[in-house]
Design a protein around this ligand. Sequence first.
Ligand SMILES: NC(=O)c1ccc[n+]([C@@H]2O[C@H](COP(=O)([O-])OP(=O)(O)OC[C@H]3O[C@@H](n4cnc5c(N)ncnc54)[C@H](O)[C@@H]3O)[C@@H](O)[C@H]2O)c1
Ligand SMILES: O=C(O)C[C@H](O)C(=O)O
Length: 356
Amino acid sequence: MQANGNANQRIARISAHLNPNYLKMEGSSGLQQVSCRAKGGAPGFKVAILGAAGGIGQPLAMLMKMNPLVSVLHLYDVVNSPGVTADISHMDTGAVVRCFLGQSQLEDALIGMDLVIIPAGVPRKPGMTRDDLFNINAGIVKTLCEGITKCCPNAIVNLISNPVNSTVPIAAEVFKKAGTYDPKRLLGVTMLVVVRANTFVAEVMGLDPREVEVPVVGGHAGVTILPLLSQVKPPCSFTPEETDYLTSRIQNGGTEVVEAKAGAGSATLSMAYAAVKFADACLRGLRGDASVIQCAFVASQVTELPFFASKVRLGRTGIDEIYPLGPLNEYERVGLEKAKKELAESIQKGVSFIKK
Ligand SMILES: NC(=O)c1ccc[n+]([C@@H]2O[C@H](COP(=O)([O-])OP(=O)(O)OC[C@H]3O[C@@H](n4cnc5c(N)ncnc54)[C@H](O)[C@@H]3O)[C@@H](O)[C@H]2O)c1
Ligand SMILES: O=C(O)C[C@H](O)C(=O)O
């Protein structure tokens, strides 16, 4: 009897993570059998996704559940996280998945996390700029970052919510206010633009995209996105027409998807792929792997701006090194000046949102 009692308590505890209503459904025998066997996952990192039921959040959650470096995966959203969690938790991979629904469960979602990935917020519709999302997404990011300061101030934060050029400065100000800011641990995710740049350059040059590396620096909107085509690996030379075409396509890749989706949102599947590629790099860095290098929008001294996207080396405590831009050609120098002008305004807008 005693053994049954303990088992039932254990079942109720585990199942409550999957479905907040489960405690009201005692006696669900099928679930009891399955839950009894849940062991708690392989060794690895604890990752939370905030906005996990969204267009990015769902495929991102699925791909993180497949990542062997993840032992615990917390899925938080203000709607629909129970369904997403139930669905993903059936995948026979190592990570244990837990559900968190609504503001009252935000802190539980964050306690003990090593990495927090934030795709929460509204996406663009045709005709909008990323900055048009500021009014809604700034407040969402602020609230989520306040939770991080309380519950996992040492976690690495991967910020996806747009406008990244402003939401990263917002997050930094929230962390500063709470006294928990470590610039090494806050990274704006610009990986999707790198993924696109690799793909588009490979198409033009007739290469395999998996073998192409394009550094993309600056920020994550319009002219602030600055692909350094002079530094592509393997070395490629482009005609002026190819340079114009590629730069413009890389800068407008997000808009290309927004227009094709015709009101149904922005990039979600390629973004989930890019977010996982980036999160995996952060986790490999945390594990101590050598030479993990990716581009990200971070606090930086590479230019006179307080934040800038460039190549960073990831390590056990987040960013170990930020690389300088390297030699730029004239086309890139002109692009850099344009990028800095717009970036400075977007950064200031984010800072003022918290300091106002
Ligand atoms: N950095 C990038 O490269 C990149 C790429 C694509 C999209 N984005 C941005 O990512 C964001 C999300 O895009 P999407 O297509 O997934 O949107 P979506 O509307 O499909 O999903 C957003 C999710 O966030 C949730 N959410 C809203 N407020 C929340 C809160 N306070 N706490 C937790 N969750 C909350 C929603 O319930 C929803 O499930 C947008 O801002 C978009 O512009 C960034
Ligand atoms: O374009 C958007 O609004 C989403 C994202 O920033 C992207 O680059 O696809």
